[in-house]
Design a protein around this ligand. Structure first.
Ligand code: FAD
Length: 454
């Protein structure tokens, strides 16, 4: 006879749902507690008038395989769509300017486009070129992305290209972001080639004659939205408790906010960062919960296509020093044609984290009007058909300098709690594939395979 292991999962975002799936596959009985009234966490898809509205993530990095493997296992691979790409722009010195050809994650890799671009002054271009001869900057101790890039490439390339491109991913600032925890690949490149320009160039595959490398983007999504993933993972849960906040975790025990205590063979924590400290009562968990987090505000706006300035490409990022409250604008209908009906346009704008706190007390209409006013200083848009404001309050973890050390001491402290594992965006990566990876590893560590009883 097989005795099923009883596993509790706390948090029903992509991490918790993926953990539920892998635990179920391994033969466990899965109970999931979610504080909210819906599953999905930051993933939220709404369908309206033929538009697919992604209120949270809209796609994921195709080169990280775990999520695509999961999508295939769920039989959803027929619904995979790849992002389109085109000219990328940066709003600098009050104008949308094309990103120099050959720039990879903001690092220039081609000589002539860099020479010809109007993004930087000659002084800025010359300073960036010093990267070819400068010694290594990273020496085994974590530093901020700002320190790393400024030292290698100089202030102009950082402020006009790298900062607007990379800081948006974490909704933070380069000064706060740890190179070890956010983009460790730059450490590897510097170690191997010393120069970032030469290192990124070596990584970029040569373009073959006649090829159109810009057509296929680097991101994948699902035709009816990422909400499809949430729905497909739902059957892995045997017992689902929505609107149920977990107050405390002890080895093999889950205490709910109403005081009820349930026992389990194993517990997987997959909550957003602020919940860890209060739930575990460990100083190391509180330290992680107390790390900087930011709130994000995004506004989706649907238009007739004729009411939006016609530009080739998929959108733009905005340099901070322009003083605009927006950090980026994605032309979703161009990046993801499945998201808007023919003849329609869908724009998504991101409000910079420092402008978010005063706006949070405003209603959605006011926030949307504010965002559109800011947008109109950059590009023409007419009257929207509708807008959708999304607030992600205080839940975007910032991987600050030293983050890896905090995670290591948290993991050491957690190891003392028998049968309790943690995973998700707070620890080792905020991208959806990273979350799925960490959920899979947490289930493996827990060893949930049923014991054979005779
Ligand atoms: C606007 C935005 C855009 C993004 N875009 C992308 C993108 O395009 N691609 C990409 O890869 N990533 C993107 N990300 C990042 C990615 O969406 C997140 O890192 C990821 O979804 C986090 O998943 P999670 O399950 O770890 O956490 P969450 O989705 O935050 O889920 C945690 C869940 O735990 C629940 N919970 C918290 N406390 C308790 C408790 N005490 N008891 C019970 N339940 C609790 C919460 O209610 C929540 O549902 C984006 C993030 C944001 C905010």
């Amino acid at each position: 006879m097989n005795e099923l292991k009883q596993i509790a999962i706390i948090g029903g975002g992509i991490t918790g749902l993926a953990a539920a799936y892998y635990a179920k596959q391994a033969g466990a009985h899965v109970t999931l507690y979610e504080a909210n009234d819906r599953l999905g966490g930051k993933i939220k898809t709404i369908h309206r008038d033929g538009f697919v509205l992604e209120c949270g993530p809209d796609g994921y990095m195709a080169r990280k395989p775990t999520l695509t493997d999961l999508i295939q296992e769920l039989g959803l691979d027929g619904q995979l769509v790849r992002s389109k790409t085109g000219t990328s722009y940066i709003y600098v010195r009050q104008k949308l300017r094309q990103m120099p050809d050959g720039s990879v994650m903001g690092i220039p890799t081609k000589f002539w486009p860099m020479v010809k671009t109007d993004l930087f002054t000659w002084r800025g271009k010359f300073r960036a070129g010093l990267d070819l001869v400068l010694p290594r900057v990273y020496h085994g101790t974590d530093i901020s992305l700002d320190t790393f890039f400024r030292t290698r490439l100089g202030p102009e390339v950082v402020e006009s290209m790298i900062e607007p491109l990379l800081s948006g991913i974490y909704n933070g600032t380069l000064q706060d972001m740890s190179i070890e925890s956010t983009f460790p690949q730059f450490i590897t490149i510097e170690r191997k080639k010393r120069s970032l320009i030469l290192g990124m160039k070596a990584l970029t595959p040569p373009v073959q004659a006649g090829a159109t490398p810009r057509e296929a983007g680097k991101f994948l999504s699902l035709r009816n939205g990422l909400g499809t993933l949430t729905e497909a993972l739902r059957p892995a849960i045997d017992q689902l408790y929505l609107n149920t906040r977990v107050a405390a975790i002890r080895p093999h025990e889950v205490e709910l906010s109403d005081g009820t205590v349930e026992t389990f063979d194993g517990i997987i924590l997959a909550t957003s960062p602020e919940a860890l400290g209060p739930m575990l009562g460990l100083a190391e968990a509180a330290q992680l919960s107390d790390l900087k987090r930011t709130s994000s505000l995004t506004v989706l706006a649907a238009f007739k296509e004729t009411d939006v300035a016609a530009l080739d490409g998929t959108g733009y990022v905005i340099a901070k020093r322009e003083g605009n409250a927006l950090t980026a604008c994605s032309w979703m209908h161009k990046k993801w044609p499945h998201m808007a009906p023919a003849g329609m346009a869908l724009l998504r704008v991101y409000i910079g984290s420092e402008h978010v706190p005063p706006l949070l007390k405003e209603d959605d209409e006011t926030i949307a009007a504010f965002a559109l006013d800011e947008l109109r200083t950059i590009q023409h848009v007419g009257k929207p058909l509708f807008t959708k404001v999304e607030r992600h309050l205080d839940t975007m973890p910032q991987y600050e300098v030293g983050h890896k050390a905090y995670v290591r001491s948290f993991n050491r402290a957690l190891a003392a709690l028998d049968g309790v594992e943690a995973c998700g965006a707070i620890l080792d990566g905020v991208g959806l594939p990273d979350c799925v990876d960490s959920a899979k590893q947490a289930v493996e560590r827990l060893n949930v395979t049923p014991e054979v009883l005779v």
